[in-house]
Ligand binder design. Structure first.
Ligand code: NAP
Length: 249
């Protein structure tokens, strides 16, 4: 019998749903009849998403994931145990180490790694994770490949994500909760277009390293859809690279 590739009817939390890949996945999940819980710091986008999908979006409170109190109160408002949890929340600083301040290093580590892990811990503590749920973290090809100067701390946080899913998958296995990460190559989102130090010409030139060209937000949504569906029920503790062939080029 074919496994169930559907995410219809699942309760899915999207952390970092206000931009780029997270917003695209929130729209994808709502379009596939999931019930979604969304968060981020941008109140306006959270409201727009709820207006667009009033039936699907059941919680759209603002939460800065670096705040213990905001994490705790957001999680308290989740009414049903979650079947899918995706952590998109992340930032980057494009600067060689010598130009990075202690504050910016700490902020990247806190946002990309520590706060996401503490969010998961609090979800578990408040018993908001359903048995057989699927948790997906966002790594990046930079964790394994580096790729370009200036993203050392960002890449390190993604390496930490890849390590942590290996061990957490063992800890959560007794309730059959699966913990995985995906490592995308470059997809043009605000993180890439607004924060990069590369010129448009350099961005175009870099695309030559991608045998299948840069990715699209749909490419990422489709993989996460699979990881949340029951069809991926035997996948846990791993990182799946999705990069149009970049890592082998
Ligand atoms: N795009 C790519 O090519 C690519 C490649 C590999 C990996 N990734 C990873 O994919 C994830 C999403 O990236 P993106 O390209 O979609 O970036 P993006 O457009 O900049 O979106 C980042 C998201 O993180 C949220 N966020 C940041 N700091 C937060 C905080 N303190 N509290 C709550 N939410 C916070 C932002 O929401 P607010 O601003 O509303 O807080 C936003 O929704 C990141 O983890 C990134 O590292 C992206």
């Amino acid at each position: 019998m074919l496994s169930d590739f559907s995410i219809s009817g699942k309760q899915i939390l999207v952390v970092g749903a206000t931009s780029g890949l997270g917003r695209a996945f929130a729209l994808h999940a709502a379009g596939h009849e999931s019930t979604i819980y969304i968060t981020g710091r941008n109140r306006e986008v959270l409201d727009d998403l709820r207006r667009e999908f009033p039936r699907q979006v059941c919680l759209n409170d603002r939460c800065d994931i670096r705040s213990k109190d905001e994490r705790s109160s957001y999680i308290s408002a989740i009414e049903k145990p979650l079947n899918g949890i995706v952590f998109f929340s992340g930032i980057t600083e494009y600067a060689p180490l010598k130009f990075q301040s202690e504050e910016s290093i700490t902020d990247v580590i806190d946002t990309n790694f520590t706060s996401n892990i503490l969010f998961l811990k609090e979800l578990s503590k408040q018993k908001k994770i359903a048995p057989s749920a699927s948790v997906v973290f966002l790594s990046s090809v930079s964790a394994q490949r580096g790729g370009s100067p200036g993203i050392s701390i960002y890449a390190a946080t993604k390496g930490a994500i890849e390590s942590v899913v290996k061990v957490l998958s063992l800890e959560f296995a007794k309730s059959r909760v699966r913990i995985n990460a995906i490592a995308p190559g470059l997809v043009m989102t605000p993180m890439m277009t607004q924060q990069t130090t590369l010129s448009p010409e350099q961005i175009k030139e870099q695309e030559k390293k991608y045998p299948l060209g840069y990715g699209k937000t749909d490419d990422i949504s489709n993989l996460i859809h699979f990881l949340i569906s029951d069809a991926s029920g035997w996948i846990t503790g791993t990182t799946i690279t999705i990069d149009g062939g970049y890592s082998n080029s």
